[in-house]
Ligand binder design. Structure first.
Ligand code: NCD
Ligand code: ZN
Ligand code: ZN
Length: 355
């Protein structure tokens, strides 16, 4: 038998959509994709429509997620260019952390003024994480704020050798940071754009083979703390509209791609469990609920096909790849919620982990 038991898998970086973007994905469809991918819980980013940057938008997301989610969940609050730090004391009890967008991407939350970033860092109360989208030299600008305020910062979707070097130095300096990388940056490069076309467009963009190798080296050495999907569904119509939308789905392919790495001898299964479960739970301050685990058959191989996906967008940049690791079952708080094919519980079963 090659069934492996993973305690409480959590993806701390997803864009479930819902609200006014429910044509891309709903909280029901995308948390179903999370369960099918083996996850107990997901943390949802604030660049939705409306953006999660004030009390009414947060309340609307809390209500819709509460009614629909089949996995457990948390919600990020978003830093806005408007002075929304005045809401922080009011919303802190309901959210998993703060997200700051420091480079352009999907949505309207870009903050490129360092003095505005500084005010958000200064105002953020307590010790919940600040998660940042920061690419290239922007990483150094954020590190200056971490050095100044010592507030724990998670660097999302790190994708280059340079960024790994900056962050390795910062860890050696003792700064309170953690590092996430995404499967698409581990398995795809800019050379794949010729075949993927718009399905290979995301932020940060696909990089070179040397960057990809630096990410694998950092995974193996332990510098990287988390593998996060950055699950960001867009419809095929939007992808091929001629006006590029950035983002790819990933909740259902992350664990199989990591099991492929185990099969190829690049990672151990123990390391995979740290990257998708133990480390993200610890970094985001969560204990594994009792009787909450995933059973995955690490020896079974299969081909990624769009027909087998639960995500509403119905495609994957990894279609046609042969991977390992079939999710056999997910159990949350003693209740089996997924049997390898079907979702076994009703919408609204999922709980807010920060409520
Ligand atoms: C994300 C999205 O579409 O919401 N897109 C992406 O390319 N990753 C936003 C983000 O993570 O920057
Ligand atoms: Zn991002
Ligand atoms: Zn993202």
């Amino acid at each position: 038998m090659s069934t492996y038991k993973i305690p409480g898998m959590i993806d701390p970086h997803v864009h479930l959509r819902g609200l006014d973007w429910s044509h891309k994905g709903t909280f029901a469809s995308e948390t179903a994709a999370a369960l099918a991918g083996g996850y107990w819980a997901v943390l949802d980013m604030p660049n939705t429509h409306p953006s999660t940057i004030d009390r009414p938008a947060l309340d609307r997301k809390l209500a819709e997620m509460g009614a629909q989610a089949v996995s457990d969940w948390g919600i990020y609050f978003g830093a806005a260019a408007s002075e929304n730090w005045r809401f922080y004391d009011d919303i802190i009890g309901d959210v998993c952390g703060l997200k700051i967008y420091n480079n352009a991407t999907t949505g309207t939350l870009l903050i490129d003024d360092q003095s505005v970033r500084d005010q958000h860092y200064r105002a953020w109360p307590g010790n919940k994480n600040i998660a940042v989208h920061a690419e290239g030299e922007t990483v150094l600008e954020i590190l200056a704020l971490v050095r100044k305020y010592r507030k724990h910062t998670h660097f999302c979707h790190i994708s280059t050798a340079d960024e790994i070097r900056y962050l390795t130095d910062a860890k050696n300096e003792g700064l309170p940071i953690s590092i996430g990388v995404c499967p698409h940056h581990l398995y795809l490069t800019q050379d794949d754009l010729a075949t993927l076309g718009p399905l290979g467009l995301m932020k940060p963009e696909l990089k070179t083979k040397a960057d990809l190798q630096a990410l694998w080296d950092a995974l193996e050495s332990g510098v990287v703390d988390v593998v996060e999907s950055d699950h960001a569904p867009h419809t095929l119509d939007e992808k091929f509209s001629g006006k590029p939308t950035y983002g790819v789905p990933g909740l259902e392919t992350t664990l199989p791609l990591l099991c492929l790495a185990v099969h190829e001898g690049r990672l151990t299964m123990e390391r995979v469990v740290d990257l998708v479960a133990n480390n993200p739970r610890r970094i985001f301050g969560l204990a594994c609920p009792p009787e909450t685990y995933t059973l995955v058959d690490t020896a079974e191989s299969f081909t990624i096909e769009r027909g087998n996906l639960h995500t509403l967008c119905g495609w994957s940049p990894f279609e046609g790849m042969q991977v390992y690791g079939k999710v056999r079952s997910v159990t949350i708080r003693g209740e089996q919620v997924y049997d390898g094919e079907k979702i076994l519980i009703s919408n609204g079963f999922g709980q807010n982990l920060y409520g």
